[in-house]
Design a protein around this ligand. Structure first.
Ligand code: RFL
Ligand code: PHB
Length: 389
């Protein structure tokens, strides 16, 4: 097989890239190790920045998002038993949209299928070759046979554990990492959300987040030590723990019900520099991870992909390679700002097992400052709605 761009991974980054390239007349094939149902079964992000919504519009997949997505003008911070609203729209003139990653993925998959573009699911032993020269090649196994795709470029959109980043010689990369000593235990339930907007709660028992997927489906998280296992958390135990971390009004109005998904996500900050190795370009979680506190992971994946799609379009349509040459540097500037914000939101609201009395007071002072200073709220809001593309 031969194509212009071989894309590794059919998560949101790979699917969005495929769609944007197809719209620019650039031929592409996606190779994914899992089945479509497995990909759709992963419950992840829920908040889209306006830049991401614009990208989905450009890709021609925003109709259902506009119908069913919930525009949110603010978020709430809860600590010391009280809630404080951050009016994102008043502070920035922008808003975010609640629309699940699963739905974004579903819309992108449907569009790709409708256009008849090739996606190879359940490909095993995917390997990348020749990207340091002029004739890259992707090899994989499917149905007992080995297959090869010759291409001009490879886009590594295969997430944190993918093969793309691991195919690059260690000496060519510089990795930056911080692993947090806790994770988020999350549940999804068909119950009405506890409030109209998201609540980010800092509490001495640990962080909690009240989010949603729709007016009838809630997504809640509690911070747990990295050593916890989801199997040890009955629904009742989860609801009790969540309730104990919320302000009295939210705790009282929380509607509980059976969970339809329950899992633990570890928290990590990670960046791989650079994002380009010859004819291989990394995008999304393959290149960077943020802790979910700032709701930035999916949004960063979308902005990488926008830069990459534009750079490939310039290369193919005007024979101009300069944007590809500048891809890594351009992405990294936005990535590091999102890393900083996600790290800061995490430090602000989580309970760190090694925190001493001094750091606890600093955390309190920071929260106090935030709710008493419009400048501080504005800085949070500007980052939360997403820095300009
Ligand atoms: P993905 O989604 O991991 O997709 C990668 C795809 O590559 C496939 N793959 C391979 N394919 C072929 N060969 C191989 N060797 C392969 N290895 C892997 C995988 O099967 C998969 O299909 O990466 P992508 O596309 O870069 O997308 C990134 C986002 O998924 C991620 O950043 C977000 O989910 C992070 N995130 C959030 N982001 C936000 O912007 N807003 C949020 O509100 C938000 N909440 C979250 C989150 C992530 C969470 N978890 C579980 C880490 C909440 C949570 C709990
Ligand atoms: C979610 O709804 O899953 C979600 C929302 C906001 C975050 C993280 C996750 O910061």
């Amino acid at each position: 097989m031969r194509t212009q761009v071989a894309i590794i991974g059919a998560g949101p980054a790979g699917l969005l890239l495929g769609q944007l390239l197809a719209r620019s007349g650039i031929d592409n094939i996606i190779v994914e190790q899992r089945s479509p149902d497995y990909v759709l079964g992963r419950i992840r992000a829920g908040i889209l920045e306006s830049v991401t919504v614009d990208a989905l519009e450009r890709a021609g997949v925003a109709a259902r998002l506009h119908d069913e997505g919930l525009p949110h003008d603010g978020i709430e911070l809860s600590f010391n038993g009280e809630r404080h609203r951050i009016d994102l729209h008043a502070l920035t003139g922008r808003r975010v949209t609640v629309y699940g990653q699963t739905e974004v993925t579903r819309d992108l998959m449907a569009a790709r299928q409708a256009e008849g573009t090739t996606t190879i699911y359940e490909a095993s032993d995917v390997s990348l070759h020749g990207f340091d020269g002029t004739r890259p090649l992707v090899r994989y196994r499917k149905d007992g046979a080995t297959h090869e795709i010759e291409c001009d470029y490879i886009a590594g959109c295969d997430g944190f554990h993918g093969v793309s980043r691991q195919s690059v010689p260690v000496a060519s990369t510089r990795l930056f990492e911080r692993v947090y000593p806790f994770g988020w235990l999350g549940i999804l339930s068909d119950t009405p959300p506890v409030a109209d907007e998201l609540i980010y709660a800092g509490h001495e028992r640990g962080f909690a987040l009240c989010s949603m997927r729709s007016k009838a489906r809630s997504r809640y998280y509690v911070q747990v030590p990295s050593t916890e296992r989801a199997e040890d958390w009955s629904d009742a135990r989860f609801w009790d723990e969540l309730r104990s971390r919320l302000d009295p009004q939210a705790a009282q109005s929380l509607v509980t019900g059976p969970s339809i998904e329950k899992s633990i996500a570890p928290l990590r900050s990670f960046v791989c520099e650079p994002l380009r190795f010859g004819r291989l370009f990394l995008a999304g979680d393959a290149a960077h991870i943020v802790p979910p506190t700032g709701a930035k992971g999916l949004n960063l994946a979308a902005s990488d992909v926008l830069y990459l799609a534009d750079a490939l379009a310039a290369r193919y349509q005007q024979d101009d390679p300069r944007e590809l040459d500048g891809y890594s540097e351009k992405c990294l500037r936005r990535i590091w700002k999102a890393e900083r914000f996600s790290w800061w939101m995490t430090s602000l609201l989580h309970r760190f097992p090694d925190a001493d009395a001094f750091s606890s007071r600093i955390q309190q002072a920071e929260l106090d400052f935030l709710v008493s200073s419009e400048a501080a709220r504005k800085a949070l809001a500007e980052n939360y709605v997403g820095l300009p593309y």
